[in-house]
Design a protein around this ligand. Structure first.
Ligand code: 4AZ
Length: 853
């Protein structure tokens, strides 16, 4: 093996020395040897979106095998020379040894040997020395065969363009190869060579397309020497495994190789045509490498009439393609809504995913699916589609292979006998690629799915908000688990959703549609929530994109269109779920910028249109408030009370976060002697848990160890922006000493941190909360009438609260009991009976241990 470095046209030779180099300069105008013709297939007779080629159509196509397997394509340019792409042979900056490669010629289908097909060893692989990475251009390679190819009807060289050759933009050319037929979907056996017609795009037009954010929100700067071919709308393209293969255009009865398949962003994606290495600029390099080889490649002169072919003006704008799927005239009028009518069964709701295919739950058809062939009555099946005068007939039913046992794969595809013409009223829904990440907080809607019965009212009204994976996971009660970040990971297994108006359909089936930039995606299927306590959860559809496109070969997969991660930066931090009770998560608060003012359990309790009290959501249908705030003493009538959740004062969240309920009844504990301090308000209907309305946890007694405590209220009763003032809860002894004689039993008193005393107004009777070491928030008490420092504790009322509200979230007891029998006789001297605010006694308080000592 030896290496030669020749400047300025540098080659890197690895493998046996070609030994044919001559130092004489070539002349580009030199006539080609007469004995070799090029670019003329024998007169007779995938690539993505392509079709099987006829044998002998592309006789220069070769398959390059590395260790015996197809890796790249190439083109025969002379009996001993194959043109291909550098990136096929260079890995980590090193050229792979020629001896590991072989070239298959005249191969139409790699499964069956054909007449004329043969294999050649590779003697040398040559790559321009300025090649580094595929995105940086010069992605070209020459392979010198160990012995010349046997030319024949299925093995012939292609013509090469001279440097001056100008291919006319807009003309149709052909790419060929045995690469993937879809992203990550290999060409199936018998690996018949695929061909696809691609339009040549001008540099400016291609750069214009690549300047639009595409997959992964990326743009790309094309470099001189790169050439694009394809369509703004995508769908037809080269793909992995086609690299190195030719892009050929017919001129004057000969096929010229305009490009070498190089790279792209995905395959067949919108505004991302395939990128090829332009061959013409490499004329000199190719001539230098093959010099002395007879017969060599042929560079015929371009037919005269094409030499000044129309060129695009440099400033040419491109026609960018917009999504063709997922457009709905208005939410709820879903142009992809399909109903599959199976004789003897209720209609099954699904979605149109392409001109020919409908996606629906397999469970609709499980009784008809058998391993020994299609359903016997498939002839009688019909599909109803919007704006179609007649029902469509069904040609094929393809259930997901795991459909019968895996809920997450409860999918089947139905092929229509006759493809439908798409229109504004009949359009497929967009499907997400595997890497799609629907952003938490996305506005989504539910659409009927399977045999779901319509609830009252049209499904269009079912709005949903996507929860983050962490939230969803925590609400589903995985206690104390650490949830890793999911950014870019294609969404978690669950997608949460919050229903409107607290309605609850246990037996309805829905799919989840989420919108990005006005385009609707089918994001989740087969909600498998149980009961109403938790948000609905859906199996994400991302994982099924490859199967759906594999079966349909034309489903509308669409790139992610929204990338605004917001201030959170996605879910990048590892988060831990707070503990939960048997009733699910409680006291969970999202740390998101837009949620800064949101306390999901803080309710505005509007009493008889008169004044507003604070209330705390303690269970999906119950709010706790201070009795004195919601009830006029002595009054015997229950006032008209409205409760609002998901409000954040002057910084309101979107309307859809807000929930309002009427109060059906007010429950008071049976206290002998004096007025009960706490009231439970029974709401007219439950409130579904969500980031903007979630119950708080209740602490059963004592002070949670290591907790930080806060009075949560409003700065003023008008704009009601929630404020949290840091406080310390005093020991009962100090509390008793400070307020001796005036304290009802079960009272907590607090000391505000410096400067926090005036944070909250007190007429609304604010609550006292602590955040436990585990992160969950617990309610300690509600303010006693007119006081900033005194709170009626929850724990003495635990039995009453638990009896009244079965789903109240009392955490297990922790910390020492709070109210131990102690007397005021232990009060520091001079403090007992003090009636001023606690801060005045701060010094005394701090000195207490000394005094006692
Ligand atoms: C590849 O990986 C590849 N869609 C080739 C072509 C394209 C994408 C990838 C263009 O070989």
């Amino acid at each position: 093996m030896s290496q030669h470095l020749l400047l300025p046209l540098v080659i890197l030779v690895i493998g046996p020395d070609p030994g044919t180099f001559q130092d004489s300069a070539f002349s580009p105008s030199q006539e080609e040897p007469e004995d070799l013709d090029c670019g003329r297939p024998e007169p007779s007779a995938r690539i993505m979106g392509g079709s099987d080629a006829q044998p002998g159509t592309w006789p220069w196509q070769v398959s390059l095998h590395h260790w015996g397997g197809h890796v790249c394509g190439g083109s025969l340019i002379a009996p001993s020379w194959v043109l291909s792409a550098a990136h096929c042979f260079v890995s980590n900056g090193t050229l792979e040894p020629a001896s590991e490669w072989s070239v298959l010629l005249g191969v139409h289908s790699q499964d069956e040997p054909q007449d004329g097909a043969h294999v050649r060893e590779v003697a040398a692989i040559l790559v321009p020395d300025n090649y580094t990475r595929v995105e940086l251009g010069s992605d070209v390679a020459l392979l010198r065969l160990a012995s010349p190819a046997r030319l024949g009807p299925t093995v012939r060289p292609v013509c090469l363009p001279r440097a001056s050759h100008r291919f006319t933009h807009g003309t149709s050319c052909w790419a060929t190869g045995a690469g993937d037929v879809l992203e990550a979907d290999p060409l199936p056996r018998p690996w018949v060579l695929q061909e696809v017609e691609l339009r040549l795009l001008g540099e400016a037009a291609c750069q214009c397309l690549y300047s639009r954010p595409g997959p992964f929100n990326l743009t790309f700067q094309l470099l001189p020497g790169m050439l694009c071919a394809g369509y703004p709308e995508g769908r037809k393209d080269t793909c992995q495994g086609d690299s190195g293969g030719p892009l050929v255009c017919e001129e004057g009865g000969r096929w010229f190789q305009a490009g070498i398949t190089s790279f792209g962003f995905g395959c067949g994606r919108r505004n991302r045509p395939g990128v090829f290495t332009a061959v013409a600029p490499h004329e000199a390099w190719i001539r230098t490498q093959v010099m002395g080889s007879v017969p060599g490649p042929v560079f015929p002169t371009q037919p005269l009439e094409l030499q000044s072919g129309p060129r695009e003006p440099m400033e040419e704008n491109c026609t960018v393609a917009l999504p063709e799927c997922g457009k709905a005239p208005r939410p709820g009028a879903w142009p992809w809504e399909a109903q599959v009518m199976v004789p003897g069964s209720k209609p099954c709701h699904g979605a149109l995913v392409s001109e020919s295919w409908v996606l629906a739950p397999a469970s609709c058809f499980l009784d008809r699916i058998s391993s020994d062939g299609p359903p016997r009555d498939l002839n009688a099946w019909r599909v109803l589609l919007p704006s179609r005068p007649r029902a469509e007939r069904v040609a094929r039913l393809v259930p997901h292979e795991n459909a019968s046992w895996d809920d997450a794969s409860d999918l089947a595809l139905l092929q229509l006998r006759v493809p439908v013409n798409l229109s504004a009223a009949l359009r497929p829904v967009c499907l997400p690629y595997l890497e799609h990440y629907f952003l938490p907080g996305s506005r989504c809607r539910l659409a009927r799915w399977g045999r779901g019965e319509p609830a009252s009212g049209p499904s269009a009204l079912l709005e949903a908000e996507l929860l983050s994976g962490w939230w969803c996971h925590c609400l589903y009660g995985h206690q104390g688990e650490t949830v890793p970040p999911q950014g870019g990971g294609g969404g978690g297994p669950l997608l949460g959703e919050r229903r409107e108006a607290g309605r609850c359909w246990n037996d309805s089936r829905w799919s989840l549609l989420c919108r990005e930039e006005g385009t609707w995606f089918l994001a989740g299927i087969r909600d498998f929530s149980s009961g109403c306590l938790r948000p609905r959860a859906f199996s994400p559809l991302q994982t099924h994109g490859p199967w759906i496109s594999h079966v349909t070969r034309g489903a509308y997969l669409e790139d992610q269109l929204v990338w605004d991660w917001g201030l959170e930066g996605g879910e990048t931090e590892i988060q831990t779920c707070p503990p939960h009770t048997e009733h699910g998560a409680c006291g969970l608060r999202q740390k998101a910028a837009q949620m800064e003012h949101l306390w999901p359990w803080l309710a505005e309790v509007h009493v008889a249109g008169d004044h507003v009290c604070t209330g705390i959501l303690v269970a999906p249908g119950w709010v706790l408030a201070a009795t004195h705030c919601v009830l006029r003493l002595g009054s015997t009538t229950v006032p008209y009370i409205e409760v609002y959740l998901g409000r954040a004062g002057a910084n309101p969240l979107p309307q859809s976060h807000q929930v309002s309920r009427l109060v059906n009844s007010i429950r008071l504990p049976r206290h002998l002697g004096h007025g009960p301090p706490l009231a439970l308000l029974e709401l007219s209907s439950r409130v579904e848990p969500s980031p903007s309305s979630l119950p708080v946890c209740l602490h059963p007694g004592g002070i949670p160890p290591g907790a930080s405590c806060w009075v949560l209220g409003w700065k003023d009763p008008q704009d009601r922006v929630p404020m949290a003032a840091a406080v310390s809860i005093l020991t009962p002894r100090l509390c008793g000493c400070l307020y001796q004689g005036i304290l009802p039993p079960g009272t907590l008193c607090v000391l505000y941190s410096e400067g926090q005393e005036d944070s909250c107004e007190v007429t609304s009777a604010p609550p006292l909360l602590c955040q436990t070491e585990g992160g969950s928030w617990v309610l300690m008490g509600m303010a006693i009438r007119g006081s900033r420092e005194l709170f009626a504790a929850i724990s003495p009322e635990e039995a009453w609260i638990s009896q009244t509200v079965g789903e109240a979230h009392f955490l297990p007891p922790s910390g020492p009991p709070y109210w131990s029998p102690e007397g005021s006789n232990l009060c520091p001297l001079g403090m007992a009976g003090a009636s001023g605010p606690p801060r005045a006694a701060l010094l005394l308080l701090l000195l207490t241990p000394l005094i006692q000592g």
